[in-house]
Write a protein that binds this ligand. Sequence first.
Ligand code: HEC
Length: 474
Amino acid sequence: MERSVFLLLPLAVVVMLAGCRAGPGGEDQRHQVPRVDGLPDTVTFADVAPIIRAHCIGCHRQGQIAPFPLVSYDQVRRKAKTVRKMVVGRWMPPWPADTAYSRFLGERTLSARQIALLAKWVDQGSPVGDTTRLPPVAGDLARLMQGVHAGRRPPDKVVWLPDTFHIPGDNRDRFIITKAPFELQRDTFLAAVEFVPGNRRHVHHMNGAMISYAEGAKADVFDGFAYIDADSNKSLDAYADLKLQNDDGSWPLLTPNMVNYLPGLSPPLYPPGIGGYRIARKGAFLLNTMHYGPGMRDTIDRSRFNLWFSPVAPERPIKELFLGTLGSSPVEPPLVIPPDTVMSFRTRMRIPADISVLTINPHLHLLGKSFLAYAVTPLHDTIPLIHIPDWDFRWQFAYTFPRMLHIPAGSVICVEVVMDNTRDNPNNPFDPPRLAVAPDGRNMRTTDEMLQFFVNYVDYRPGDEEISLEPRKP
Ligand code: HEC
């Protein structure tokens, strides 16, 4: 039940075959233009620009991860046909969670009306209309640049990745494991932490944990640094290469999953009094996955962490449930997926005390097909948590509920997952498919599959269900 575990997080190591993904296709309901009444007879760019600005330019602007900008009229008009296809097929904006099942903050989804409006605009030949009534786009761009920590005082400490990473221009995705070690004056408390990518064009996503060394356990935290390219089929022991262990060979304390980065998604900033961490004098951020997107030109990245300290212990510290592979609840049946099979797995955990859930984070690798999580209360009510009908390993979001979600003592959290180890899974790293297994916690291989579910929560207090988790300004 504690959020810190004496166990190292499995590496989120994946192999990616460039260009291998399910493209738009299939003529089910999902891929049709929704029928909506009351659209204007003529739809112009002036009508659709607010949708694009609110939902697309977070990633589709200069220097960001999306392959082309969608800021100006000309940029959108040039891509109008594919924009229509991606929007109608619900491929863009990327938001894997089913909003009919549960709702989260910052959902990147378009309403039926917005989809119909965009489709009609393209069908009418993408006319420009009267754009003079649009506010200047510069305002939206400035807002995006500021980010969620705007207004906070400058960071108390900046922890850099120890070296410049060279990204070769070979048009290939890269999955890197690395660490950003630090040494402070004393143990203290962390009010907030933020990952700042050095190269926004290439840093696709990052999942980070925090390692805390007990006093005297590690002489040199900076020792053993390496950027480890996980995108190879070699067997490797990345954590040993990174020299994460204590000097006596035992493992340090790990706070998993505490700082994640995904372009276009703001990290949660919880209401006053909620959140914060204890941070040891000596430690490191472990970047379990650092995903660099492909590019045609050699380039570099040096990313960093901004840290804000707090003189006082957090009033309601965040705790974490860690279900599944290497966590506190077993996967049933054991995660072994023979080639050419589609299999279902589940993992369950009973909650001994009342909790208030803030953020959840489902995690699977390439063979994931769908993910469902819910809680069943002692009175047999079902509390929906998340449903991801089409798992897409590229969009590994952490999902924050609009309000704290109360789960009563004695409830059971249930996770049900389907894994597809057939040729029909376009993300299958192997053709022909090979036996896929969960890692054993020591040696990590790129072929490892895993099923994990992280639940960030605080101990329940009456009235929590009224507390909104909408981001506040720091
Ligand atoms: C979270 C970041 C993000 C957001 C938000 C986003 N996109 Fe994308 N988009 C991408 C990335 C990355 C790609 C590159 C292809 C991929 O990885 O799927 C892409 C690809 C595309 C493509 C090309 C697809 C193809 O296969 O040729 C279109 C068109 C597109 N996006 C339109 C949109 C529109 C329209 C919106 C808003 C309604 C939007 N995107 C929102 C990240 C984003």
